[in-house]
Design a protein around this ligand. Structure first.
Ligand code: PLP
Length: 392
């Protein structure tokens, strides 16, 4: 029997998203002048309007991308490059040290090239970022602050609203990666005024390969892809009407279901965390206060268990979870997030989504109780395993 507790990596598409995908996957080119092209364009623009309504911005602020990675890259590089062109000093950027690689790597790459100066803000031991430390790092030449709404590994939620308030009337652009937060927290730009925000459809019930960059008009952004000038010239490329329509449908469905989802998941994640931390040498990672962590995430550190063997044994038992982070060679090692938090032990992330049930919790507790005991007793089945992608 398979148990899927890796919704933070990808959650299954919702029925409304699948229906929209099927309806529009064969659409004509949405930039074509003929009737079929215009029908496709209507589907794209409807999705844009729905997304804008749900997140609380203007449809003009919505730019479609290939996913969270591109949305993050567009915000970070696009804002820095636009600023570089309009000023003499090298732009300064502040990011948190727990950002997903899709923010961290472009920020570091810009700094290595001399296109930016970079300050990284370390988290507390619970994985949260202190907004006052971020604000204290802002300098006269700071053009961008990027702090994720919620961390993908441990589910720690940051106080982006404090940053938004403090930076509202400044020349500093504030970006947040809300990829993990959208499913259970949502975003509301009406109350939290940000300049840029990233979403990825496959994290909340849409298909893989489509995402959204909210880029407020008035905040200059340099395009990464030059071409036909679609999406106000910020992101060229033929609109993938099927993916975009499905993304719009998923945003609407996830938004409508959010309260119910949180209500369903709260007891499940609490029971899983309780059951796991009742085992010897298993500690929950991340904020203690449920208000400061995603209800979808249960992250633990386990003592005296070989990380590679754990991954292998869980896979053999049909339990899909995430070991945190693995490098290209397949050797599991602590991610930059866990290192920055000073967490010790073998990491394990179990994440819930809209298809999760209480039976998943029962099964996960059974499997983990058994596997941890067996591994500690030296009953490992072997150490070869397929490398997992880096943190997602
Ligand atoms: N940002 C965060 C916080 C994520 O969890 C992910 C997904 O792994 C991404 C960005 C990248 O999104 P995508 O897989 O759509 O490129």
């Amino acid at each position: 029997m398979d148990t899927y507790l890796d919704h933070a990596a990808t959650t299954p598409p919702r029925p409304a998203a699948l229906a929209a995908l099927q309806q529009w996957i064969g659409a004509a080119n949405a930039s074509a002048a003929h009737a079929r092209g215009q029908q496709a364009r209507t589907a794209v623009e409807q999705a844009r309007e729905e997304i804008a309504r749900v997140v609380g911005c203007s449809p003009h602020d919505v730019v479609f991308t290939s996913g969270g990675t591109e949305a993050d890259n567009l915000a970070v590089k696009g804002i820095v490059w636009a600023a570089r062109d309009s000023r003499r000093a090298v732009p300064h950027v502040v990011v948190s040290a727990v950002e997903h690689a899709a923010v961290r790597e472009p920020a570091r790459w810009l700094a290595e090239r001399g296109d930016a100066r970079l300050t990284e803000i370390a988290p507390g031991p619970d994985g949260r970022i202190d907004p006052q430390q971020v604000l204290a790092a802002v300098e006269a030449d700071t053009v961008l602050v990027s702090v994720m709404t919620a961390n993908n590994e441990v589910g720690a939620v940051n106080d982006v609203a404090v940053l938004a308030q403090a930076l509202a009337d400044s020349s500093v652009a504030l970006h947040t990666d809300a990829v993990q937060a959208f499913a259970t927290r949502g975003v509301d730009l009406d109350t939290v005024p940000l300049d840029a925000l990233s979403l990825s459809a496959h994290k909340f019930g849409g298909p893989q390969g489509v995402g959204v960059a909210i880029l407020r008009r008035g905040r200059a952004v340099e395009s990464l892809a030059h071409g036909g000038g679609q999406d106000r010239g910020v992101r060229s490329g033929t609109f993938p009407a099927g993916l975009i329509a499905a993304c719009g449908a998923a945003v609407v469905a996830a938004d409508a279901d959010r309260d119910g989802l949180v209500e369903r998941l709260a007891p499940m994640s609490a029971r899983l965390a309780e059951g796991l931390t009742a085992l010897d040498g298993v500690r929950r990672t991340g904020p203690a206060d449920p208000a400061h962590r995603l209800v979808s995430h249960v992250h633990v550190m386990i003592d005296d268990v070989d990380p590679s063997a754990l991954v292998l044994e869980l896979d053999r038992a049909g339990l899909a979870a995430s070991s945190g982070s693995a490098c290209g060679s397949g050797a599991v090692r602590a991610s930059h997030v866990l290192q920055a938090m000073g967490a010790v032990g073998t990491p394990l992330r179990l994440t819930f989504g809209w298809t999760s049930t209480e039976a998943d919790v029962d099964r996960a507790l059974d499997v983990l109780t058994d596997v941890i005991a067996r591994l500690r007793a030296g009953d490992a089945a072997g150490l070869s395993f397929a490398p997992h992608p880096a943190s997602h």
